[in-house]
Design a protein around this ligand. Structure first.
Ligand code: MRU
Length: 352
């Protein structure tokens, strides 16, 4: 076992690239079959890309939206930051409406607006600097939380994860997948099980591909196999990311996370949530108050454009769920580890 992590060896993918003129987004609808960047040169194009899941994952959509504000700023003239902020409000609101559940989107946009409102005549430079800082801080947070989370995992463990929480979902390295990368790099984790994550297959298409780029070969399981896997004693930890962490420690994450937490508790498997502090929403008291995104039922009718469901049916497609804090053993952010999270522990870590 080693404590060091070779970040370059384990972190090669960048889903968001700012060229100086435009935003390039690795098209996550096409992976792993095509590795292709989509060019966005307007904030509307960025909002559409967020809505369409071209770019996805809580931190990544916040970063993309921040660059969307930089693009929107090209269409306006203003003497100072306060005037620019007022003129950019419609574009900011449009970006904010692209997806409702991950708080990182609203967080990044609020941060961009705050920086702008305080800026003078150099407000264009301030905006660009802030967008870059949001991305850089996310990468640093992921590396830090990777080390913190991995330290909780006993050498010789196997882990299971859900959805995609890696470089593709962040500025780089990943949240839960960062913990897993760090755990593998340190020799703590032997085997990684990845759930498919129906209906959009973030696990089967994205997580598996991403780990392969690092030379890590995960074992894919059907989502429905998770309880059976846990019962078999083959995994010691479930490690997932988050789209929003409430003031009482409740966690919104990809649909299916809640049932993993229930199964984990039943089978004595530990459950870890890894997310940057930008995912913490101390203004939302509990998970019941979170707006859960519901997407087009058509996403459930087939796979890869081939219809698999019977014709003329309805479907319900909530894409996130809430895991109550009582089922979580540890929340890991770049600020530290919160064991057995509840309102008091969250307050102590993040203030009121
Ligand atoms: O619908 P998605 O693919 O954007 O959902 C992503 C997730 O639920 C992730 O687990 C979460 O955003 C954490 S990503 C570091």
């Amino acid at each position: 076992m080693t404590d060091t992590i070779d970040f370059d060896r384990y972190d090669r993918i960048r889903p968001i690239r700012w060229t100086g003129d435009a935003l390039e987004l690795l098209d996550q609808r096409k992976l792993p079959f095509e590795v292709e960047y989509v060019v966005c040169d307007t904030s509307e194009a960025v909002a559409d890309a967020i809505q369409a899941l071209t770019v996805r994952g809580a931190p990544a959509i916040g970063i993309a939206a921040a660059w969307g504000v930089v693009l929107a700023a090209r269409d306006i003239e203003a003497a100072d930051g306060a005037e620019a902020a007022a003129r950019l409000d419609p574009a900011i609101a449009h970006l904010n409406a692209a997806r409702p559940t991950a708080v990182n989107l609203a967080w990044a946009l609020a941060r961009m607006r705050r920086a702008l409102a305080a800026a003078g005549s150099d407000w264009r430079d301030v905006l660009e600097h802030e967008a870059r800082a949001i991305a850089d801080e996310d990468l640093a947070a992921n590396r830090r939380m990777g080390a913190l989370g991995a330290a909780l995992i006993e050498p010789g463990s196997n882990v299971m994860t859900h959805c995609n929480t890696g470089s593709l979902a962040t500025a780089g390295f990943g949240t839960a997948l960062g913990v897993i990368r760090a755990g593998v790099a340190q020799g703590r984790i032997d085997e990684v099980f990845a759930g498919e994550t129906r209906p959009w297959l973030q696990g089967a298409r994205l997580t598996v591909w991403e780990l392969q780029q690092d030379g890590i070969t995960p074992t894919l399981i059907a989502d429905a196999a998770a309880s059976h896997l846990m019962k078999s004693g083959k995994v010691q930890w479930v490690v997932v990311g988050a789209d929003r962490i409430c003031a009482n420690g409740d966690v919104a994450n990809k649909i299916g996370t809640y049932q993993l937490a229930i199964a984990a508790r039943h089978h004595g498997v530990k459950f870890m949530v890894a997310a940057p502090s930008s995912t913490v929403d101390m203004d939302t008291a509990s998970g019941d108050l979170i707006h859960i995104e519901e997407r087009d039922p058509g996403e459930l009718f087939g796979i890869g454009g081939t219809r698999t469901a019977a014709a003329d049916i309805g479907a319900w497609n909530p894409v996130f769920d809430i895991t109550p804090h009582e089922l979580i053993d540890a929340i890991v952010t770049e600020r530290g580890v919160i064991e057995n999270p509840d309102a008091a522990a969250m307050r102590e870590a993040f203030g009121a």
